[in-house]
Design a protein around this ligand. Structure first.
Ligand SMILES: Cc1cc2nc3c(=O)[nH]c(=O)nc-3n(C[C@H](O)[C@H](O)[C@H](O)COP(=O)(O)O)c2cc1C
Length: 313
């Protein structure tokens, strides 16, 4: 068994967190990851209170964390209170200023996990008392920024003293976990590796498109945020698969904005129908290492088994 500061902090059998993927990582995925020995995190996303309640219920008695997109949650701080009232195993904050919320989490006695994309924000998270800092590189699926995992992780490790650091971005098998540990991380956070899990709340077409893709097929852009009229602040852009929609609009945001109503309707219809030529398949470069739709427990086991073999050599 791999024992690290992360596994000791949360009493885990595997140094793996599943990412709080907005609307995709519900209670079933989070609970499955926790039962497999890691720590599953529900993706609180853009602030749907009923959805969050239902997913907390779906996790049942299995301890899970709850993640928020901080700039979005700042408009609905009642959601943080809702999550804290459920005594989650951790609160996970990314993308935005955590300073107004860190004291609330700490006062509730809940561990705070902060995901950052820069050394500067890692230091802020350390100073605010984050119990775990996730250093997210640009390889990551979903929103992120421009630093790469390979350099960001050891730089953050060196800067934050005893705070356990978790590597995120491009880790999708045991080679990635073993490498992350060598960089000084105490574990990994995986999103892309779990996108094709049986438990994720995604159309089967999306999972099929993800399984068929390679790391060459991704793009980091704001094109799908513009299409969905989600006003993401800088510096965050979203890594997805390229498709016909991004080919048409990624270099023409003005054109997309001037056809906003039509394109938003087309996008929403495509998302509901699982049409991956138009709607986003949100994955990172690690998708090239994922070859099947599997239960999340098998994903955890596969990553850990391979890392243990490599580390034993
Ligand atoms: C489909 C998808 C949705 C995501 N949504 C969120 C989110 O809502 N909040 C968040 O903090 N991170 C989100 N992320 C980013 C993850 O937290 C994490 O940094 C990333 O998945 C790690 O890189 P990987 O995809 O290579 O494993 C998402 C990632 C994916 C793949």
């Amino acid at each position: 068994m791999i024992s690290t500061a992360l596994t000791q902090l949360f009493d885990l059998r595997a140094p793996i967190l599943s990412a709080p993927m907005a609307g995709i990582a519900g209670g079933a995925l989070a609970a499955a990851v926790t039962r497999a020995g890691g720590l599953g995190v529900i993706g609180g996303g853009y602030g749907d209170r009923d959805w969050l309640k239902s997913q907390l219920a779906a996790a049942g008695n299995t301890p899970v964390g709850v993640g928020f997109i901080t700039w979005s949650m700042a408009k609905r701080p009642d959601l943080l209170k809702l999550a804290l009232d459920h005594a989650p195993k951790a609160i996970f904050l990314s993308f935005g200023d955590l300073r107004p919320f860190a004291p609330l989490v700490k006062q509730a006695g809940i561990p705070l996990i902060a995901q950052v994309q820069t050394l500067r924000d890692a230091k802020v998270a350390r100073d605010e008392g984050a119990d775990v800092i996730v250093a997210q590189g640009t390889e990551a699926g979903g929103h992120g920024s421009i630093r790469s995992t390979f350099t960001l992780v050891p730089e953050v490790v060196d800067a934050v003293g005893l705070v356990p650091v978790v590597a995120a971005g491009g880790v999708a098998d045991g080679r990635g976990l073993a490498a992350a540990l060598m960089l000084g991380a105490a574990g990994v956070l995986c999103g892309t590796a779990f996108v094709t899990s049986e438990e994720t709340l995604l159309h089967p077409n999306v999972k099929a498109a993800a399984v068929a893709a390679t790391g060459d097929d991704t793009l980091r852009s704001s094109v799908f945020d513009v299409a969905r009229s989600i006003d993401w602040p800088e510096p965050w852009t979203m890594r997805t698969l390229r498709n016909a929609f991004s080919d048409q609009w990624a270099d023409d945001f003005d054109g997309l904005r001037s056809n906003a109503a039509r394109e938003a309707a087309r996008y929403a219809k495509a998302r509901d129908a699982g049409d991956t030529d138009v709607s986003a398949v949100i994955v990172g470069e690690g998708i090239g290492l994922i070859h099947a739709v599997q239960p999340a427990a098998q994903v955890v086991q596969r990553i850990v088994d391979q890392a243990e073999k490599l580390l034993a050599r």
